[in-house]
Design a protein around this ligand. Structure first.
Ligand SMILES: Nc1ncnc2c1ncn2[C@@H]1O[C@H](COP(=O)(O)OP(=O)(O)OP(=O)(O)O)[C@@H](O)[C@H]1O
Length: 222
């Protein structure tokens, strides 16, 4: 079963002589349980591609489905639900809420999904344990290292048990050892839970741990 299907996707920014073809005729599939790296130079279109798949942006051409749901053509309410329940996001800059504890950050997607509070708290504890932060539940992002913050972000991305994990340069702000540990975590999550992941990166260690590598050059798959 394919968790991601991308067919003939194109995305331009700007118009006229200023047009930038960020993506041109991109097609590929990702099977359930695969960890796929998306590689390419700065400006090759990695972020654009992940944003389109995650329903954060709309393509000019082509179709995208995630876990059998059409992302292209989906309305705002459907996209909200997709981003909340079907896809988990991890960003380079962590994106945690500074005034919330690690546990509260992880609980946010479950609150949005109106999960039962007792079940939610139990799941937060399980997830923090999973990412190796069982002892840091009460700490705020500012009291955690970069690697620990990214672990919180991974736990948050897993909160609603998504079908697809999308990570855009998840190790970009981390030193190489810490980055490797985060990648090992992503690999373990994919292996243990049959999760599917799409990870944009320039990081060789990350690419080594992928099942497959897609390379973008000037907005095209090569
Ligand atoms: N909002 C925007 N408006 C105009 N051009 C944009 C916009 N976002 C991206 N671009 C252009 O689209 C192209 C692809 O950008 P994108 O951010 O997807 O690349 P990337 O591979 O993720 O790069 P990086 O590794 O630096 O994050 C680049 O030429 C970029 O300048």
């Amino acid at each position: 079963m394919n968790v991601v299907e991308v067919s003939g996707v194109g995305r331009d920014y700007g118009s006229g002589d200023r047009v930038v073809h960020a993506l041109t005729d991109v097609s590929f599939e990702v099977a359930k349980g695969e960890l796929v790296a998306v590689r390419g130079r700065s400006g090759a279109g990695k972020t654009t591609l992940l944003n389109l798949i995650g329903g954060l942006d709309k393509p000019d051409t082509g179709t995208i489905t995630v876990a059998g749901r059409k992302v292209t053509g989906a309305g705002e309410a459907e996209l909200l639900e997709l981003r909340r329940d079907v896809i988990g996001f991890v960003f380079q800059s962590f994106g945690l809420i500074p005034i919330l504890s690690a546990a509260e950050n992880v609980s946010v997607p479950m609150r949005l999904a109106r999960r039962d509070p007792a079940e939610r708290d139990q799941r937060v504890a399980v997830l923090l344990e999973l990412v190796g932060l069982g002892g840091q539940a009460a700490q705020r992002p500012g009291e955690l290292s970069g690697g620990q913050q990214q672990r919180v972000a991974v736990a948050r991305a897993l909160a609603n048990d998504p079908d697809l994990l999308i990570a855009d340069e998840p190790t970009g702000q981390l030193d190489s050892d810490t980055g490797r540990a985060i990648m090992d975590l992503l690999r373990a999550v994919v292996d243990a839970r049959g999760m599917t992941a799409l990870v944009a990166t320039h990081d060789a260690a990350l690419i080594d741990r992928a099942d497959r590598v897609l390379t973008l050059r000037d907005g095209r798959l090569v």
